[in-house]
Write a protein that binds this ligand. Structure first.
Ligand code: SF4
Length: 394
């Protein structure tokens, strides 16, 4: 066992104190006089407590710990999903208030020039475009929220750095998903591991206060699990977060790939959890379903070569509006939706979601966007705007 690599774990104390306690297990003395960039997961415009985004009090605890450790400068930055206004996501997610409370800067990564970064010996990528602030700070702290993920099993500290990619570069990773490769893993997993060869968190703080289980990262259910995990080792943080989510980390391909390629152990036994008995904090998450069609009665999803951005839109749409689609069932009593560039044979009258399905638009209802937001699907089908009975999450 490597006694030097500590994983701080805490639970049952709320979002702020979980993080404060987990970080207290680590030696933060190297932060003194360093500039610190905090990267939460604020990919969507959503209120606090729904499991979409990192809890603002978890971010507050990280900021406070960095200030106490003597950081010279602190900023919080994000590049959310394409089409999302970063400052709106910060505002709705409670991060703007945290930044004001502690006097730290908020950065919309997409307003800065990208840095084209070569990836040597990449599996899938030869280069990638990373938002420049990421390279302008001494310490990069990844602060993800715990979520299961339809394509990658989980999204935690290392995958959270996909939100450091510039604008549509994130979509490019998704569009790679169905490229033919000789690798057994999904190409998205390979691409995430390619990114890790040029960008890993220096420090990872996983917020497990309210995460998302099932159809994550957008269509799942909130999961109150009330724990936090922190480590200077990015693989150690992610594998212990998996353990606390009741997920065997050895089943997560991108973590395995990064472990292998970066020569960082993915064996929990090689690290030192503090406290040693963290088992009372384990809170099992429901795994993502293998096939999404079966999740929704009377909904048929024709999905071929879609990427998870459109799938996320679709899940959000179905969660909010599926009961409103009854008047629009086709002759077989089903509501048909087609996504992805490989779909060619959805029935007449289907709803074609996303620019990829543009060539089929004469056969039904077309919803443009890459990806479109969920309310656009509702509007295209019903011809009306949805009632403002809950804030749009996109
Ligand atoms: S339209 Fe949808 S499936 Fe096609 S590339 Fe855009 S997000 Fe992906």
């Amino acid at each position: 066992m490597n006694e030097q690599v500590v994983v701080g774990i805490a639970g049952k104390q709320g979002p702020f104190q979980n993080v404060a306690t987990a970080l207290a297990a680590l030696d933060l003395s190297s932060i003194a006089q360093k500039s610190v960039l905090i990267k939460p997961n604020l990919g969507r415009v959503a209120g606090v407590g729904h499991g979409y985004n990192t809890h603002p009090e978890a971010v507050a605890a990280v900021v406070e710990a960095m200030q106490k450790a003597g950081a010279s400068k602190i900023a919080i930055g994000e590049s959310p999903l394409v089409g999302i206004n970063t400052m709106e996501a910060f505002e709705r997610g409670g991060i703007t208030e945290v930044a004001q409370r502690y006097g730290v800067e908020l950065l919309d990564f997409d307003q800065h020039k990208p840095v084209k970064t070569e990836i040597h010996n990449g599996r899938i990528l030869e280069h990638t475009r990373i938002c420049s602030p990421v390279f302008e700070y001494d310490v990069l702290v990844s602060v993800p929220v715990t979520k299961t993920h339809m394509h990658t099993g989980v999204t935690l500290g290392m995958k959270n750095l996909k939100g450091c990619l510039y604008r549509h570069e994130k979509v490019r990773y998704h569009q790679l998903e169905y490229l033919h490769t000789t690798y057994p893993e999904k190409t998205l997993d390979s691409a995430i591991s390619d990114l890790a060869t040029v960008l890993l968190p220096d420090l990872t703080v996983v917020d497990g206060y309210i995460g998302m289980e099932g159809l994550g990262p957008s269509g799942g259910e909130p999961k109150k699990s009330d724990f936090a995990v922190a480590s200077w080792n990015p693989v150690a943080a992610d594998i212990y977060a998996c353990v606390l989510m009741g997920i065997d980390p050895s089943t997560i391909p991108h973590i395995n790939l990064i472990s292998e390629r970066m020569n960082i152990s993915n064996n929990p036994g090689d690290y030192t959890p503090v406290p040693a008995d963290y088992h009372p904090f384990i809170s099992p998450y429901k795994a993502p379903p293998k096939y999404i069609s079966g999740e929704f009665k009377d909904i048929v999803i024709h999905d071929k070569e879609s990427c998870s951005a459109c799938l996320s839109t679709l899940m959000l749409f179905l969660r909010r509006f599926k009961d409103d689609m009854t008047p629009y069932l086709l002759g077989d009593g089903k509501f048909h939706i087609a996504i992805g560039k490989g779909v060619h044979d959805a029935p007449e009258g289907s709803v074609f979601v996303g620019n990829c399905s543009c060539s089929l638009k004469k056969g039904g209802i077309y919803v443009k966007g890459c990806p479109p937001v969920p309310t656009r699907i509702y509007e295209a089908v019903t011809g009306e705007e949805p009632e403002e009975n809950e804030p749009e999450v996109h």
